[in-house]
Design a protein around this ligand. Sequence first.
Ligand SMILES: [Zn+2]
Length: 279
Amino acid sequence: MSFISLFILLALLAMMVYIVGGEVVGAVRGTRYVLNYLFRQPINRYLIIRNLNPEYKKILEGAFLYYHTLNVKNKRLFEKRVQKFIDSKNFYPAGELLQVEPEMKVLIAASAIQLTFGLPGVYFAHFKDIYVYPDFYFSEGMQQFNAGEVHKAGRILLSWKDFVEGYVHHDNGRNLGLHEMAHALRLENMIKNEEYSYFDWEDIQIFNHYTVEESNKINQGLESIFRPYAAVHYQEFFAVLIEVFFEQPKKLKEYHPNLYLVTSRLLRQDPMRPNERVA
Ligand SMILES: [Zn+2]
């Protein structure tokens, strides 16, 4: 091929790129749609592209205990997943809060990834908007003061003060971040989108059986590891259990080994062995 014909070819190619330019985004979306249809699995589900922003990494290293229980390989994975969570959400300041600080984004994302670290494709796809209040707030929807809420419409609301307290007192079995993320996780499992139905159906049945058993114990005033609020609703039982599972795993395992086992199977992780994969 002569130099001139190569030049003409390149010029034509450049023209095509120019003309098609505006359609590139659409083409990428279209390709993803076709691949998703063919493989019935979203291809971007397991793709982790970005490393964690260095500023965010410092925050994570300085303030997140769970991260420090991980080995080097898992730490890198955790970091990338935190970045992906941050990239996929809108954070809004609410109430008196003027702006959502980097520390807030990182630790809220870390709380979500702590819960889903055994579920590699789960980023709470339905829950795009996170509202951060400085302190507890009056919820218009529930007509009461709240520290956190998860809306089926796709919003997560959190009081920053209560969120921080959850991690400062890291072994008292109370953690607002994990509690609200647990609500979102259970709802996400039921919403038909690309993250639908990641919990094993049989394990959920076993879990529900223990939920009824434990709630009955609480309602009868019998001694339980769970605070009374767990008996209000099966969704609350799951959220309260998740707090205890991560903050007092040894105590929970001694109290109810089978409940501990089924929870670690649902989440595919064991907080007492954070670097071992649960099948
Ligand atoms: Zn709750």
